[in-house]
Ligand binder design. Structure first.
Ligand code: ATP
Ligand code: MG
Length: 413
């Protein structure tokens, strides 16, 4: 790939996470290439190539299962917003809306985010090109913003989340002048398009270091901008089990990733948004709704408000809400209900979620144990278990209901 670009007369280097991870002796997740070739050149040279991005145009070149991101060297933005014409654009807060001004290798280095991400591997002589002091920071374990942190984070507030992600993943410290602006610029994250934040949230929390990420985000007061409803729920009950449940859930996520088990975005958001849903549900129950109605409405409300900040695609948020609804439904096990729940596509996730809640002292351990036992039984044993539970139609939930059953419009979406 690199040789091919060179043969065509272009400069081409490995850059970014791949170089950083190789130098740290870690296995690189993927490789990024920086080149003097323009996207159109890359497309001409590689047939298996697709140009993507508007804000930041680059080429994806496919090699079997791997995708290599090929970016053209970025240069300085000249003068005001309009000078660079169609290629570069900022809003009045200095946020970069488009960055397609091309430049030299050195200019490219200074436009990258952190020094440890601006190291280039030169295949011609196997040397590392370092304009920004990245090698030294790599040795010292520091995440340092290139240039003036205030300006560079305003250009792209997502860089704060990237700093947190690299700090958690590499066990690095965020250098002082870099981190001080977090407390004042945290709010600017709300200007970032909600769809881009969704992608970043997945990278943050599904990288295997979710607990550290969460702690850093709260430390820098970035968590509240991303998850305002969770933040206020936690402030109400900081001392109680909610925190345990959230952190425990993230720890489980990390453990699953360490064992190479799948973790779905739906389950992740079920954990991250559970506190506000639980509190809202309690309110609605106190106002006389059934638990099932209450959890459906609470889930609906929190998901749609949260979506304004981080847009979770519907295919995931529907599953998230099923996991929540099942927390109520798993309590009624009489008749044919247990078997029906058992074959629900979200049963496994809902059961895992129930375990977490039981573990945090939020739900009776007996209920969780019952379902654990149920899964080990054969058909006959399962029937026996169902016969023993006394929660058929006439029992507890109905007695607690203060108002007649009413199905609110829009309880299914
Ligand atoms: P990962 O291991 O997650 O792939 P990475 O450092 O390679 O980490 P990428 O998102 O793949 O991260 O980006 C590749 C490189 O592009 C980065 O190392 C960095 O030099 C540059 N880069 C990415 N995003 C930004 C940004 N928002 N601002 C400035 N430079 C960026
Ligand atoms: Mg990368």
């Amino acid at each position: 790939m690199l040789y091919r670009l060179k043969a065509e007369g272009f400069e081409a280097h490995l850059v970014g996470g791949g170089v950083r991870d190789l130098l740290l002796g870690r296995e690189p997740k993927d490789f990024d290439v920086a080149t003097s070739a323009h996207p159109e050149d890359v497309r001409r040279i590689f047939r298996n190539c697709r140009l993507i991005g508007r804000r930041f145009r680059l080429a994806h070149v496919f090699f079997g299962p791997d995708i290599i991101e090929v970016a053209t060297f970025r240069g300085h933005h000249q003068g005001g917003e309009t000078d660079a014409g169609d290629h570069s654009e900022r809003n009045e807060d200095g946020m970069i809306l488009r960055d397609n001004v091309y430049g030299t290798l050195e200019e490219d280095a200074w436009r990258r985010d952190f020094t440890i991400n601006a190291l280039y591997y030169n295949i011609r002589d196997f040397s590392v090109v370092d304009y920004t002091g990245g090698l030294e920071d790599l040795r010292a374990g520091l995440i340092r913003m290139i240039g003036d942190p205030e300006i560079r984070f305003r250009e792209d507030p997502v860089r704060m989340l990237r700093a947190v992600r690299f700090a958690a993943k590499l066990g690095f410290r965020i250098e002082e002048s870099t981190e001080t602006v977090f407390w004042s610029l945290g709010e600017t994250l709300s200007q970032v398009p909600a769809a881009r934040l969704f992608d970043e949230i997945l990278k943050l929390f599904l990288s295997g270091y979710a607990v550290q990420v969460y702690e850093l985000l709260r430390h820098y007061r970035l968590f509240g901008t991303l998850f305002p409803y969770t933040e206020s729920a936690l402030e109400i009950e900081e001392q109680g089990f909610p925190l345990v449940m959230l952190v425990q859930g993230l720890a489980n996520t990390d453990a699953r990733i360490a064992e190479a088990k799948p973790v779905t975005p739906a389950f992740l958001f079920a954990i991250l948004l559970w506190e506000p849903v639980r509190l809202r549900m309690q309110q609605l129950v106190a106002e006389g709704q059934s638990e099932l109605q209450a959890i459906q409405q609470a889930g609906d409300e929190i998901v749609s408000r949260q979506n304004l900040v981080i847009s979770v695609p519907k295919r995931f948020s529907l599953q998230t809400r099923e996991i929540w609804n099942l927390q109520v439904r798993l309590k009624s096990r009489g008749g044919k209900r247990a078997l029906r729940l058992f074959s629900h596509p979200r049963f496994r996730a809902a059961y895992d979620f129930l375990l977490l809640r039981a573990h945090a002292g939020e739900e009776d351990k007996e209920l969780a144990d019952w379902w654990t036992e149920f899964q080990t039984q054969d058909h006959h044993g399962q029937n026996g278990m169902v016969d023993k539970v006394a929660d058929t139609r006439s029992s507890a939930p109905r007695r607690r209901r203060r108002r007649p059953r009413r199905r609110p419009a829009g309880d299914r979406t």
